[in-house]
Design a protein around this ligand. Structure first.
Ligand SMILES: Nc1ncnc2c1ncn2[C@@H]1O[C@H](COP(=O)(O)OP(=O)(O)OP(=O)(O)O)[C@@H](O)[C@H]1O
Ligand SMILES: [Mg+2]
Length: 503
């Protein structure tokens, strides 16, 4: 029982001191009425206990009053007796009728009221009789102050038996009622606390959902913008490639015929010259005019260089087609070096000398790579983003020639690595931490959107189960490393088996 009441006190303290302020702050609870109820309870229990104490004090003063012979002492004890009895009367009235100063509401419960006004206790009557007897004793003549005085006997008897028992019963009744009220308050608080927890949980879940939706939306928007950008570029490149393709094939296809025809004509000319050793003056003039010997010597060279040029255009067209790969929504097995080369071709205009910027040298250290299974167009986007960033960084440097080094390598883990490094100023730690955040850019408005690396991360890490990392020291350039599994399907089977082994 004692433990239970201790626990209830601990719970009540916890609720009162720890939870009440929280609940009040959350707007769920009006603290004022609860605090007032607690104060009233405490005051009622306190005053009823005081009644008990005052009755005992009065008895003590009364006894001492009849025992002392000292007149001064007697007078002092009379005053104290009357003061105690006045206080007792005040408290008694306060408990029954109320007293704002003592925080007594004056509305005793039916049980307490019965104890005061009904039999068997009839405490009101007992208290008033006691007060009357004590006052009479306090005011009687000195000669009547004997130990067998009626008033004294009444006081001693009541304070030791009936009155004290009745006061004890009322104190305990007040205490019980206060405990019950407190328990009700505690339960109410616990309920409110639970409600507040549930409300907080709900709010948290909702805010998490909202946050997630916002993140998804941003990421979707990012992808959309970048996909749109790349697909426009891809379409443009594919369109140009397609348009050039036909006329170039036309030229290239006819060049061999043209060579053959020219060769035939030259042979015929030679035959004419042999059969007619003395050409007319007019012909001779023309031969000198057109520098026939030089023409005969130069013509095959000219045709062969035209052929080389046409072949180069064909290669470029092929590269452009390779870069765009817009029609490929399926994974393909491709040559990664071709992807890098075609990207470099697209960016050629930024690598060459141009208005005030010197040429950027590209060093390729290609390893022996197998064909790699990937979304080729998207992997080319990654190369495009990384090489563009390297060029942007190099353009900021003025005191040394720019260089981009691209290395590739096959790892024993059946993954390929592509390293794209520049010799620009590098990236400081603060910026490095945010590199892959969508919309993070240090470039001026209109130049950078801050999407290049975040999209590259999505393509490499999420779509291809690869890794993209950055090594950079301020002042020492930057290297981006892309790691891709050679085969996506095998990789996922391997992942599955690892997961299986781990479980
Ligand atoms: N090679 C690099 N050297 C120095 N800083 C770099 C390099 N690559 C990226 N950064 C830094 O990372 C930032 C983010 O790059 P990201 O490619 O995501 O966006 P961006 O190039 O600014 O804009 P966008 O690519 O969308 O046009 C850049 O603004 C730049 O500060
Ligand atoms: Mg960029």
């Amino acid at each position: 029982m004692k433990n239970q009441s201790n626990n209830s006190k601990i719970l009540s303290n916890l609720l009162y001191f720890k939870l009440l302020p929280v609940l009040a702050m959350s707007g769920l609870l009006d603290l004022k009425p609860i605090t007032a109820a607690r104060e009233i309870n405490a005051a009622v229990v306190n005053v009823s206990g005081r009644q008990r104490m005052l009755s005992q004090r009065t008895a003590l003063f009364a006894l001492r009053l009849v025992c002392t012979q000292d007149v001064v002492e007697q007078e002092k004890l009379r005053q104290e007796l009357l003061a105690a009895i006045n206080l007792m009367e005040k408290s008694h009235n306060g408990l029954i009728n109320g007293d704002a100063e003592m925080k007594l509401p004056g509305n005793p419960s039916p049980t307490v009221e019965a104890m005061y006004f009904d039999l068997p206790l009839n405490l009101d009557k007992q208290v008033r009789n006691y007060i009357t007897q004590a006052r009479l004793l306090g005011e009687i003549d000195k000669s009547e102050l004997t130990q067998d005085n009626f008033h004294l006997q009444y006081i001693l008897n009541a304070s030791a038996t009936d009155l004290i028992k009745a006061l004890d019963a009322v104190v305990s009744q007040y205490q019980q009622e206060s405990d019950r009220q407190q328990l009700a308050i505690d339960l109410h608080l616990a309920e409110l606390y639970q409600q507040s927890c549930e409300a907080t949980e709900k709010a948290q879940a909702q805010s998490q959902k909202l946050e997630q939706a916002l993140t998804d939306l941003r990421s979707y928007q990012t992808q959309l913008v970048q996909t749109e950008k790349m697909s426009s570029l891809g379409q443009l490149v594919a369109g140009v490639a397609h348009e050039i393709n036909n006329p170039v094939n036309f030229i290239y296809g006819n060049l061999s015929h043209a060579s053959e025809y020219v060769q035939n004509l030259l042979e015929l000319l030679q035959l004419y010259q042999e059969s007619n050793s003395k050409p007319s003056h007019k012909i001779q003039e023309k031969i000198e005019d057109i520098e026939l010997d030089f023409l005969i010597e130069d013509m095959p060279k000219l045709l062969s260089s035209m052929k080389i040029g046409a072949e180069r255009i064909c290669q470029i067209v092929l590269s452009l087609k390779n870069f765009s790969r817009i029609d490929q929504s399926q994974m393909q097995v491709v040559n990664i070096h071709e992807g890098i080369d075609s990207t470099l071709l697209i960016l050629q205009h930024r690598l060459k000398v141009r208005n005030g910027l010197s040429e950027i040298q590209v060093v390729k250290e290609y390893g022996d790579l197998p064909l790699v299974e990937c979304y080729a167009g998207e992997i080319n986007q990654v190369f495009m983003n990384l090489i563009s960033n390297a060029i942007d960084a190099i353009e900021e440097v003025t005191d040394r020639p720019g260089q981009i080094t691209i290395c590739t390598e096959l790892l024993p883990s059946d993954e390929i690595v592509v390293r794209i490094a520049d010799n620009a100023d590098g990236i400081n730690r603060k910026i490095k931490a945010r590199l892959f955040d969508p919309f993070f850019t240090t470039k001026p408005v209109g130049k950078g959107t801050g999407l290049g690396l975040s999209i590259s991360y999505q393509i490499v890490a999420e779509k291809h189960h690869g890794k993209i990392t950055c090594n950079s020291q301020p002042g020492q350039g930057t290297e981006f490393l892309i790691q891709l599994p050679v085969q996506q399907t095998r990789k996922s089977t391997a992942q599955l088996s690892t997961a299986f082994a781990a479980s």
